[in-house]
Design a protein. Structure first.
Length: 587
């Protein structure tokens, strides 16, 4: 039977309403049921899932965008303080602030309120580091010296089961911004080197951005990924010049951006032409500073040296003068590195550049100028004269009116497309997934043909899986002057792969990482109660009435007296929710 698809049904941003070819098993929530009432075999490529999702996100009331209303333009934080927080509001908050909500977390936020929950998360100790977990599990044996074994397992483990969920979410947002991908780390013990880098991001997620710049600059994985590890000073005889890769990407992608910005993130211009932030001379001058950084030891029999900060090798280091961004230094060494990072950190572009990208990762693809300006002002000064205080920045992002107001739910431009990894972890946390053997067999999910098209820590380039300014070509999003970064990895193939992969996970898990649907099975006899629970906890209450009606009809197509009825009804409700544009578009 056709289940949620019906003879002539498809998916739009407001529910299952657009008309699609009845012979195509496709379109977001359109997943066939077999004659026994279970979920049918995987979808085949060649349908129109991706176009359907693009239509849903580009028009019809669902998009990755900013806000249609005129927000306050004050630089002071504008915070919504509701008299009482509903379960749906709490779940929407968790969709922005965690790797996925649970009923227990929702109840905690209702009781503690948003800021109380954030403070509770700030107070939690760091979970077992990725490095320590790998060592404890025995991955530091000689047989793993040239492998990536264990890396994916430890990332999935922390994202799904650790209680420090705000730290996990901020850490992954930072990994999208300050990119290192394990495939481009040209070191042995790759899993340890890259794990040490992710630990740096998590350790500093609630610290200061200036400290974070120190930590990534002296990290071995970053040094390898952006090719400044062992970077040599200029050689007059051969004409060789220092590697400029890190100097360029540090400014372009991690801190300042290509063009000068106002505090609200808008580009400064002269005669209608954008003003560049830096030029070739700034890159070459800064590259001179980042020479000589080397591994602390030559012992490669264990991975330990990849956890230690890089040290300065004087024989490789440029000690002459270096000029960049209106500053200069001479003498080389770590003192010159400090001058360089201090200069970048003090640059007026840094607060709006970093703030906007963090907002994009957590809340909305197209934040208003007012929203960016308010968060950037907090970045520049936390109220106590401190610049780069991440705790204050996090609160400013998550508590701002544009993040918390329900007005976004009625906007045609607010919100963002959920990253594929966040979709999986949202399901896994709802389903209480655990891996008793600690294998966490999800593995590398970056394939666009049979997985998610994204896997944390596996970007192939420093530009991440998607760029913050990406706009789908020839789309209503582009015509409206908006961006939708996550759509860079969204196409017909990737959407079919996502639905097929999630179908397998919902039904069987991965290895011994199995879902526990006990709570949902208890509601399976009542389709309204079942779909409502999934809607609130997994979809933050954002399933439209038409989508809810269609999913309930699919659930009810399996008689409660049928063999394995309860688990099949739960699986149908979960998969159709995970495939619906209502869920995929987070507002």
């Amino acid at each position: 039977m056709r289940g949620a698809c019906g003879k002539r049904s498809g998916v739009s941003g407001s529910g299952i309403t657009s008309v699609l070819d009845e012979d195509r098993a496709d379109a977001g929530a359109c997943v066939d049921l077999d004659e026994a009432g279970g979920i049918a075999p995987p979808l085949k490529a060649g349908g129109v899932i991706a176009p359907a999702l693009l239509l849903a996100a580009c028009g019809g009331g669902s998009s990755g965008g900013g806000t249609a209303s005129a927000p306050p333009t004050s630089s002071a934080p504008v915070v919504v303080v509701p008299a009482a927080i509903t379960a749906t509001q709490a779940s929407r908050f968790l969709a922005q602030a965690s790797m996925g909500g649970t009923r227990t977390m929702i109840e905690s936020i209702v009781a503690r309120r948003y800021e109380g929950w954030i403070d509770d998360q700030f107070a939690l100790p760091r979970a077992t580091s990725h490095w320590d977990w790998l060592v404890a599990r025995g991955y530091n044996v000689a047989a793993n010296i040239n492998s990536e074994t264990g890396f994916d397992a430890t990332l999935w483990r922390q994202m799904i089961v650790e209680p420090d969920q705000l730290r996990q979410r901020i850490g992954m947002a930072l990994l999208d911004l300050l990119v290192v991908g394990i495939g481009g780390v040209n070191l042995n013990w790759k899993q340890f080197a890259t794990a040490a880098y992710v630990d740096v991001l998590l350790d500093n997620a609630f610290g200061n951005y200036r400290t974070l710049l120190d930590a990534i600059t002296t990290n071995a994985a970053m040094g390898s990924f952006l090719t400044f590890l062992g970077n040599r000073k200029a050689n007059a005889k051969t004409g060789a010049q220092p590697d400029e890769n890190y100097a360029r990407e540090l400014m372009q992608l991690f801190t300042l951006g290509l063009y000068q910005l106002n505090m609200d993130g808008s580009v400064r211009t002269s005669g209608g032409v954008p003003l560049e932030t830096y030029g070739p001379a700034d890159v070459s001058g800064l590259a001179r500073v980042f020479t000589g950084l080397s591994l602390a030891t030559t012992d490669n029999t264990t991975p330990d040296r990849y956890r230690q900060p890089l040290v300065m090798n004087a024989s490789l280091n440029e000690t002459g003068a270096a000029s960049f961004l209106g500053a200069s230094t001479s003498g080389g060494g770590m003192a010159a590195v400090k001058v360089a990072l201090d200069t970048i950190f003090a640059h007026p572009n840094l607060p709006p550049f970093v703030s906007k990208q963090l907002i994009q990762r957590l809340v909305t693809s197209n934040p208003s100028a007012g929203y960016v300006g308010r968060v950037a002002a907090t970045f520049a000064n936390n109220g106590s004269g401190v610049r780069g205080d991440m705790k204050s920045v996090i609160k400013a992002i998550l508590l701002d009116t544009e993040a918390r107001s329900d007005d976004a739910l009625a906007s045609t431009t607010a919100g963002k497309l959920r990253e594929p990894v966040m979709r999986l972890t949202g399901w896994a946390r709802l389903a209480k997934v655990d891996s008793p053997s600690n294998a966490w067999a999800f593995g590398d999910t970056s394939s666009q043909s049979n997985r998610l098209g994204q896997s944390m820590g596996r970007s192939q380039t420093v530009f991440n899986f998607f760029r913050p300014a990406y706009t789908p070509p020839a789309s209503a999003i582009g015509n409206a002057g908006l961006v939708a970064p996550e759509f860079q990895i969204t196409n017909e193939q990737s959407v079919v792969a996502y639905v097929n992969y999630m179908q397998s996970l919902v039904a069987n898990g991965a290895g011994d990482a199995k879902p526990d649907y006990t709570d949902l099975v208890a509601k399976a006899g009542d389709s309204a109660a079942l779909v409502d629970e999934i809607n609130v906890v997994l979809a933050a209450g954002q399933l439209g009435s038409a989508t809810v009606t269609a999913i309930r009809a699919a659930v009810d197509s399996v008689a409660t007296t049928a063999t394995n009825a309860a688990i099949n009804r739960v699986g149908i409700a979960l998969l159709l929710t995970l495939a619906s544009p209502d869920f995929l578009t987070l507002r």
